[in-house]
Every structure is written in C-alpha cells, then in structure tokens.
Design a protein around this ligand. Structure first.
Ligand SMILES: [Zn+2]
Length: 342
C-alpha cells in the first residue's frame, strides 16, 4: 500500500515539475519577445529626443558661432547652417528605426533609382544661414549631394566643406524634386551636440561641445542654454586653440558620440579654476555678441542648487561654487551692458 502511494506521489511530482517548466519556458519566451519590442520602443524615443534636443541646441549655437567667426580665423572649412540625420550616424542595428523615423514617406522607386538603402534628412535650418537663404527646409530629403548619390554622405559633405566653393543638393520635398545651390560662409564650425546623460553638465574637447540631455531639460530659456554653449565654446577658443572642426561632423542623432582626447596636448588643457572663470567671462561675451541678453541665466544655477545643494557653497570639481558663478555672471554682464550703452 505504502509503495503505491510513493509511486503516485513521485509521478504527480514529475508531472507538476514538467508542467511548470513548460509554463516557465513559454512565459520566458513571451517576455523575451516583449523585451525586444520594448528595446525598439526605447531606442525610438532616445533617437527622437536626441533629434529634438539637437534642433533646439542648433538654433542657439548657430548665431553664436556665426557672430564670433573672427575668433576662429584658422578655420578653413565652409559652413552652411543645416543639421542632418544620416543612417550611418547610428549603429547598424538601428537602421530600421532610422527608416521608420526619417524615411517613411519616400516613394520606394527613389531607393532603386539612386541605389541606396536610405536617404539623409534635414533636421534643422538655422536662421540667416546659407541653407536658410537657399530655401532649404526642415524634413527635406537629400537625394543628391554635388551631383552624386548620398552614399557615404558625411565623407562627401566633409570634402565639399573643405574643398568646394558650393554645396549643391537635389532634395525631395513631398513629391517635388528641387535643386538647391548654396555658397558657404566662414563661421566657427565647432560642433555643438547633445550627450544623453542624466546629470546636468557640459563638456568641450577642442572640436566639439557636448551639452547633456539633463542640462537641456533643466534649462528653461534660450539664454540659459546660450550661456552654457558660450562657456564651452570659450574653452575651445581660448584653451584648445587648434582648429579642426567641421560642420560635416555635427551629429544630431548619434547617441554614442562622446567627448574625446583629440590631441595629446589636450591633456594639459583640462580644467582648473582659472580656466573656468576665463570660460565664464568669455562665454558671456560670445553669447551676448550673438544677441542673447542673458538676463536671467542665474536661474539655471539656482535650479541646479536645488538638486545639488553642495554646489551652493563649493563645487565638487574645480569650480568655486554656483553662488560665485552667479555673482561673476552679474558683474560681467553689467560691465558689458554699460559698455553697450556708452
Ligand atoms: Zn568649463
């Protein structure tokens, strides 16, 4: 009798175990499929947010770069003032997302005609730039660059900005094909980009300027962002000096691009208190020259102090404090405005 019970219990146990593993396996499989879908959703949000923040930054940085062009006399490359998204700005695995976000309205015959699997798109056209004067618009699709197809778009763009007088596009707007011919101008072509990071900060590496997504979200006015951009540009202009930046490398949706050590000598340019104060003062001059009044930029530092109260009295890194910074900004601005009113 006991023997039979044992066998029964054992068989029930086996049955239960195998049943629960099947349930677990299919459960796991469903989660894994949902996870893959969710990865696409999150990447799409990331790329969209990168594009949106880059457009916001581009509108503010262009006038600062243009109105301070005499500070970048070594720059031999032309500028046109438009911001692009190209499939190669993203890792290969994100190609489908690029096509969904930026190439979904293109008639399939264009891919066949030009023998390409994607087309670059205009994300933003800066006011009073050559691209603006030539009539280029946001969301224009680039079919041709200087009479060739758009394969290796950034490489071709870099070549044109370095060596050609004119940048010529054939673009697709709705169903219309339009030819656009632009003459480049001299500007400071440092690339001001977005860095996806949750901590409000900004960086300069001699060629690019990175403003973190958190800083862009924390800033509430164009003036606040203009101050941040001005400060980092001032590091590039005053402390790095060597000029090798090109608008062709301005990457709006590349969420993996980061500040880099671009030259060995950059290591000696790393921040110290004196350089930070210099960058604050020069940054204010750069942004003011572009027409930003910078009236309430100290609100940014006050807001930052709400999240990081330790910054009120003493910065964690090399800078004095948020309060010192606000005082310095006020004094520099007052001097500038008095001089402007003379
Ligand atoms: Zn700095």
């Amino acid at each position: 009798m006991h023997y039979k019970i044992y066998i029964f219990t054992f068989l029930t146990f086996i049955l239960l175990v195998s049943c629960s593993t099947t349930v677990n396996k299919s459960y796991e499989k469903e989660i894994s499929i949902a996870e893959k879908k969710e990865i696409l959703v999150q990447k799409k949000i990331l790329i969209n947010e990168m594009a949106k923040a880059s457009v916001r930054i581009h509108e503010i940085s262009w006038p600062i770069l243009l109105s301070n062009r005499e500070k970048c006399k070594n720059n031999k490359k032309k500028s046109y003032g438009s911001l692009f998204a190209d499939v190669n700005d993203l890792p290969k695995e994100d190609k489908k997302i690029f096509l969904t976000l930026f190439n979904s309205n293109i008639d399939p015959r264009y891919f066949y005609k030009y023998q390409v699997d994607s087309f670059p798109i205009i994300l933003s056209v800066a006011k009073d730039s050559p691209a603006h004067h030539a009539g280029l618009l946001k969301n224009d699709i680039i079919l041709e660059i200087n009479e060739t197809n758009t394969q290796k778009f950034r490489k071709k763009l870099l070549f044109v900005l370095e060596s050609e007088k004119n940048l010529k596009f054939k673009i697709l707007r709705g169903k219309k094909e339009i030819k656009v011919n632009m003459t480049g101008i001299k500007s400071c072509s440092y690339n001001v980009q977005v860095l996806p990071s949750g901590s409000p900060n900004a960086f300069a590496d001699g060629e690019k300027v990175f403003i973190t997504m958190a800083a862009i979200k924390l800033a509430q006015t164009k003036d606040e962002l203009a101050f941040l951009i001005g400060h980092e540009l001032a590091h590039n202009i005053l402390h790095y000096k060597n000029f090798d930046a090109s608008e062709a490398n301005l990457l709006a949706i590349d969420y993996l691009d980061k500040p880099k050590i671009r030259q060995i000598k950059s290591i000696i340019v790393w921040s110290n208190e004196k350089r930070e104060i210099e960058a604050d003062i020069e940054g204010i001059h750069l942004a003011f020259k572009a027409g930003f009044s910078l009236e309430n930029v100290n609100d940014y530092w006050r807001r930052l102090s709400v999240f990081n109260p330790e910054l009120i009295k003493k910065s964690v890194n090399v800078y004095k404090s948020n309060a010192y910074r606000a005082a310095l900004i006020n004094k520099t601005l007052k001097k500038l405005k008095d001089k402007a009113n003379e």
